[in-house]
Write a protein that binds this ligand. Sequence first.
Ligand SMILES: [Zn+2]
Length: 137
Amino acid sequence: MTGTPVYDSVTHDVPVIVKGGMETPSTAGSVKIITWSKKERTRRALKMLGACWAVGLFCVILPVIHFVLVPGLFIAGIVFFSNLISQETLVLGGKGECPECHQSFAISRGKDRFPMAEVCESCRANLSIDKPESVRP
Ligand SMILES: [Zn+2]
């Protein structure tokens, strides 16, 4: 396919600060944040709705369990649809340096809501991941 590419999603590297205990100075890290366009959100949401309802339709032929699965998947489709359509951004994950033990640790995938809570893989310290003031919208 040729022509101008359409950006359905954009991924940004966003710097974050990692805070440990009260006495330790915070360290730096970065996360990847994906932002979906309205079109792409709708597409993803419809795909999920279609998948849930398709499996739900298939379950109609299954004896007994279809009483649970068919309405369950019907409702699940609607729930996933409304979640995905309102989800504009997602933290795909990232890396940071632990302020306590100075080992690098992985920041897990999750909602784009800061501060995020994370546990250091090396020293089990409870860390708080936040955006620097300048990056906040
Ligand atoms: Zn640590």
